[in-house]
Design a protein around this ligand. Structure first.
Ligand code: KDG
Length: 342
């Protein structure tokens, strides 16, 4: 703890210090009590996010000597991201791990993670998420009755559709694309000439199957586990946005925990997150091979075409940079440049 006080903080430990600050303010009891934690996500158990929840359950039950039990609920059985987040705020559910994108209506600054083509790789994303910028945004959660214990990985998003390959910026024109309920995504796809339709994650497969929308965009592991290949012909490797998951805990529940319980819950979330990120990257590689074998027509997108897409969307990024805080956006871009070595 002296190292933390001295500010000699490695990224991973920084998040513990974030939780540490939450620990100092709110712990009320000692020791570890018998507790049951309802944890819900939108993805399936086989998705890396689901496997991360299984790992979290194992770790927390081990660290608490079996006293803190986790009940995992997959496939949005407890509701979609926004409904589960509201359940945490009301103290009706203890944990959920949504994308940050649907939280932008509550904390607008999470929207900086939705800017297209900001990160070239996962390491650049981790340097922002696990550093001072990521902590700054997690620190905004307690005022909304939520506690953030770190970021897991949804990953780089790619476009699928049932009409034609998307190879150039012009190819988005006229496509009805499902987006997350997020103003940056809506504006960005509109700017590219698409016809965006925001909807909850659990509604996407049916919307694709019925033709309500032509396409959607998600990381490869999600495309596989949601079986979008059964209702989509084309996969274009746009890698247009890197989406994080955020590990959320109900503050009503968190404030009732002892310092010891808060510490082991933070550690379990952190260690499960490291496991989940590594698994996600491995599963994304495997998903690409699977989707090709399942007959999806897959195309790469040339860097120069990605640059053109980024240029077309730039007015959207500029507009939201003003809304989310130009200094925060500048801080993120500076961090990315530092990691990139420019
Ligand atoms: O609970 C899972 C969702 O948060 C996540 O998969 C959201 O990427 C997402 C989407 O497209 O809604």
């Amino acid at each position: 703890l002296k190292r933390l006080a001295a500010g000699v903080i490695l990224p991973g430990i920084l998040l513990l210090s974030a939780c540490g600050s939450a620990q100092n303010e709110s712990a009320t009891t000692d020791g570890i009590q018998e507790r049951t934690i309802k944890a819900g996500i939108g993805n399936s158990k086989m998705h890396p996010q689901g496997q991360g929840m299984v790992k979290f359950k194992e770790l927390l039950e081990e660290k608490s000597g079996g006293k803190m039990k986790v009940q995992n609920f997959f496939d949005a059985t407890l509701g979609d991201d926004q409904k589960m987040t509201e359940a945490l705020q009301g103290g009706l559910q203890e944990v959920t791990v949504p994308s940050t994108s649907p939280l932008v209506g509550m904390i607008k600054e999470f929207g900086i993670y939705d800017f297209p083509f900001v990160f070239n790789n996962e390491e650049e994303a981790y340097s922002v998420l696990d550093g001072a910028i990521g902590k700054k945004l997690l620190d905004k959660l307690p005022e909304h009755d939520l506690v953030g214990l770190g970021y897991w990985e949804n990953g780089f998003r790619n476009l699928t559709n049932s009409k034609h390959p998307v190879v150039t910026a012009d190819d988005f024109k006229g496509l009805k694309i499902r987006t997350m309920q997020n103003e940056v995504h809506l504006d960005a796809f509109s700017k590219l000439g698409a016809n965006p339709s925001p909807m909850a994650f659990s509604e996407v497969f049916t919307a694709l199957e019925t033709g309500t929308v032509d396409g959607q965009e998600n990381p490869l592991a999600t495309i596989q586990t949601q079986k979008y290949n059964e209702v989509q012909d084309y996969l274009s490797l746009t890698k247009h946005v890197y989406t994080p998951f955020v590990f959320l805990v109900s503050k009503k529940f968190w404030d009732d925990l002892s310092e010891e319980e808060q510490k082991i819950m933070s550690e379990a979330a952190q260690e499960a997150g490291e496991y989940q990120r590594a698994l996600n990257r491995k599963e994304n590689e495997k998903a690409l091979k699977y989707l090709e074998e399942e007959g999806m027509k897959i195309n790469e997108v040339k860097p120069e075409e990605m640059a053109k897409m980024k240029e077309v969307i730039q007015p959207v990024t500029d507009k939201f940079a003003q809304k989310f805080g130009p200094d925060l956006v500048e801080e993120m871009m500076t961090e990315v440049e530092k990691v990139r070595g420019n």
